[in-house]
Design a protein around this ligand. Structure first.
Ligand code: 5GP
Length: 207
């Protein structure tokens, strides 16, 4: 049986550019990840293809999938359901393939519970990093603006602490590059590598 694949979850606050970064990763020739196409009840946008961008379904169909235990995770976002069908993810992981999810934060936390050995990457907006400088340069922003930004930053940091890695989305190609580097390194993490190595040496049952 092949070594089980790795589940990679890219998430982050709304509007940070998760979809753009994901598309950049998948447009690269050396990409080896398998994208899990989500299911949604939202309307198809011009140019979107059913089965490629999303599986577009009715509310009833989506709720039936939930009832049947067919979703790895799901969330309501702006009055629509979005979710990850479980079957594809399991089949790919069983075949030793790495599966890539690009989902919002509530769904990502459900996956964290169910698949603790997944790799969780948080995409963060560059302006969060500029905050400190803005506070130092108080003259340029009024207090109300700084407070609002602080509040947003606190919320984002609260989300971020549930992830393994954070990537600043300053420039899309750079963010994609950083994500690929993280995944490459993650494969060689001792906890992922050691069980296989032990198996090969016939040390399965030892510490
Ligand atoms: P959009 O409608 O712009 O395509 O996506 C809206 C949001 O839903 C984005 O933040 C996207 O990452 C998220 N999303 C897409 N697919 C899924 C999914 O399967 N599960 C969850 N929880 N969120 C998703």
């Amino acid at each position: 049986m092949p070594k089980r694949g790795m589940l990679i979850v890219l998430s982050g606050p709304s509007g940070v550019g998760k979809g753009t970064v994901r598309k950049e990763i998948f447009s690269r020739e050396d990409n080896t990840f398998h994208y899990s196409v989500s299911m949604t009840t939202r309307k198809k946008r011009p140019g979107e293809v059913d089965g490629k961008d999303y599986f577009f379904v009715s509310k009833e169909e989506f709720e039936k999938e939930i009832e049947n235990g067919g979703m790895l995770e799901y969330a309501k976002y702006v009055d629509n359901y979005y979710g990850t069908p479980l079957k594809y993810v399991n089949e790919m992981l069983d075949q030793g393939k790495d599966v890539f999810l690009e989902i919002e934060v509530k769904g990502a936390m459900q996956v964290r519970e169910k698949v603790p050995d997944g790799l969780f990457i948080f995409l963060t907006p560059p302006d969060l990093m500029e905050l400190r400088q803005r506070i130092i340069n108080r003259g340029t922003d009024d207090l109300a603006t700084i407070d609002k930004r602080m509040e947003k930053a606190v919320g984002e940091i609260e989300m971020m602490q549930n992830y393994d890695y954070a990537v600043v989305n300053d420039e899309v190609p750079k963010a994609a590059e950083k994500i690929q580097t993280i995944i490459r390194a993650e494969r060689w993490r001792v906890k992922r590598f050691l069980p296989d190595y032990k198996k090969q040496l016939g040390l399965d049952d030892q510490q």
